[in-house]
Design a protein around this ligand. Structure first.
Ligand code: ADP
Length: 379
C-alpha cells in the first residue's frame, strides 16, 4: 500500500512538473515532496518492525538521488528528516504510544532498547550524510571535468573558426576575380585560358562549400549553432527551394514535381537552415539523376508532424551504404565516385533537422532504383 501511495504521489508530482514549469524549480515543492517520501518510508519501516526493519535502508534513496542531481542542500535536509522521523517512530514505539509490529524472523524486543535505537538512528544519519558527501564530491569532480572538456572543445572550435575564416577570405577573392575574368569584365580571355580559369573557379567554390560545411558541423557539435525559429507555411519554403534550384533543374533537364497541399498548417522553423537542407537534398537528387527523370518533392502531416520527402529516380543506394550515408565524409557507391561531393551535406542536414527536434532518414530499393529522403518537423 505504501509503495503504491509513493508511486502515485511521484506520478502526480511528475505530471504537475510537466504542466507547470515552476514545480521542478521550486525548492519548497521539492522539499515537501522529499519529506512526503520520507514519511512514506517511515510508515513502511513502522509496519515492518520499526528499528528491526531491514527496510530502513530505503531511507538512503532520496538523499542519494538528490545529491546525484546536485541538490546538495536538499540531500542534507532529507538526511536530517530521516534522523527526526526514524527516531520519533522508534521512540514512540518504545514508549508504547504507537504499536510495534513484529515481523517474524527478525530480532524481537530490540525496539525497547532506547540505547540501540539512538545508536542506529545516529549511524543511519551518519551513513546517509557520508554517502551524500561522497556523491557530491564525485558529482562536482565530474562537472569540473565536463567544464574542462567543454572549454577545450570551445578552444578547438575557436581555432578552427579562425583557420576557416582565414581560408574563406582568399577563396572568396579567387572566386570573385575568376568570376570577373570569366564574365569578361577584366577583358576578353584567350580561348586556351578559359577552361583552366573555369576549373579554378569551380574548385574554389567546392572548397568554400567544404569550409562552410565544416564550420557549420563544428558549430552544431559544440552547441554553438543557433536555430532561430519563426512560424512559416511549408508551401512557402518549398516554393523558395524550387525557385532557387530552377537553373540547375533546367540545366539537368529533369522535371521537378511538387506534391504539396497548400493548406498545411504553419510550422516553426529556421527558414534559412531548412532551406539549406532542402537545397542539399535536391542537389543530391539532381547529381544522381539522369536527364529526363522526375524528382518529386512532397509535404504532408503525419503523426502530428510535418513530413517532407524528396524522391528521385536516380542512382539509388545499396542496402550496405544506406545506414552510413548520414555519417560525416561518407560517400557511397564506387559507381558514383566521379560525382563530386564532400560527404558532409547529409550529416549537416540531419544535424539541422535534429536541432529542430525532427528526424531524417532515407530509403532506396537499391542501385538504379532511385532514393527517397525524408525529414520531419514537429508541428
Ligand atoms: P556528398 O553528396 O557531398 O557526397 P552527402 O552527405 O550529401 O555528401 O551524401 C553522402 C552520400 O550519400 C553521397 O556520396 C551518395 O553516395 C549518397 N547519396 C546522397 N543522396 C543521394 C541520392 N539522391 N541518390 C543516390 N545517392 C545519394
Amino acid at each position: 500500500v505504501v509503495g503504491a501511495a509513493s508511486f502515485l504521489i511521484n506520478l502526480i508530482y511528475d505530471k504537475l512538473n510537466r504542466r507547470f514549469a515552476f514545480f521542478g524549480q521550486s525548492h519548497l515543492v521539492g522539499a515537501i515532496r522529499g519529506l512526503i517520501d520520507m514519511l512514506l518510508v517511515t510508515i513502511m519501516v513502522h509496519f515492518t518492525g520499526g528499528i528491526e526493519s531491514p527496510l530502513m535502508l530505503a531511507y538512503i534513496i532520496n538523499p542519494f538521488t538528490n545529491a546525484m542531481i546536485g541538490r546538495i542542500f536538499m540531500a542534507y535536509l532529507l538526511a536530517l528528516g530521516v534522523l527526526i522521523m526514524f527516531t520519533t517512530n522508534c521512540v514512540l514505539e518504545a514508549l508504547f504510544i504507537i504499536p510495534h509490529y513484529h515481523v517474524s524472523g527478525l530480532p524481537s524486543n530490540l525496539y525497547l532498547n532506547l540505547q540501540y535505537t539512538s545508536f542506529t538512528a545516529v549511524a543511519l544519519f551518519l551513513v546517509i550524510t557520508l554517502i551524500v558527501s561522497l556523491v557530491t564530491f564525485l558529482v562536482n569532480k565530474l562537472a569540473e571535468k565536463e567544464k574542462k572538456i567543454a572549454e577545450l572543445s570551445d578552444a578547438r572550435i575557436d581555432f578552427m573558426n579562425q583557420v576557416m575564416h582565414e581560408t574563406k577570405n582568399p577563396l572568396t577573392s579567387i572566386i570573385g576575380y575568376t568570376d570577373l575574368a570569366l564574365n569578361g569584365t577584366l577583358g576578353s580571355l584567350q580561348g586556351s585560358i578559359q577552361e583552366p580559369i573555369k576549373i579554378v573557379n569551380r574548385q574554389s567554390r567546392r572548397m568554400l562549400d567544404l569550409v562552410n560545411d565544416l564550420l557549420n558541423i563544428a558549430r552544431i557539435e559544440s552547441g554553438q549553432y543557433k536555430i532561430e525559429k519563426k512560424p512559416i507555411y511549408p508551401v512557402k519554403i518549398i516554393e523558395s527551394v524550387i525557385e532557387e534550384m530552377k537553373p540547375q533543374v533546367d540545366a539537368k533537364k529533369v522535371t521537378l514535381v511538387q506534391q504539396v497541399n497548400s493548406n498545411l498548417p504553419m510550422v516553426e522553423l529556421d527558414e534559412t537552415k531548412v532551406l539549406q537542407v532542402l537545397i542539399n537534398l535536391l542537389s543530391n537528387s539532381l547529381k544522381f539523376s539522369a536527364e529526363g527523370k522526375n524528382i518529386y518533392i512532397s509535404a504532408q502531416v503525419k503523426n502530428k508532424e510535418l513530413e517532407i520527402a524528396v524522391r528521385d529516380e536516380g542512382a539509388g543506394i545499396t542496402a550496405t551504404d544506406l545506414p552510413h550515408i548520414f555519417e560525416k565524409f561518407y560517400r557511397a557507391s564506387k559507381e558514383n565516385v566521379q560525382i563530386k561531393g564532400t560527404g558532409l551535406g547529409l550529416a549537416l542536414s540531419r544535424a539541422i533537422i535534429e536541432a529542430h527536434g525532427g528526424k531524417m532518414w532515407a530509403t532506396s530499393d537499391g542501385l538504379g532504383k532511385g532514393s527517397t529522403f525524408y525529414f520531419t518537423l514537429p508541428l
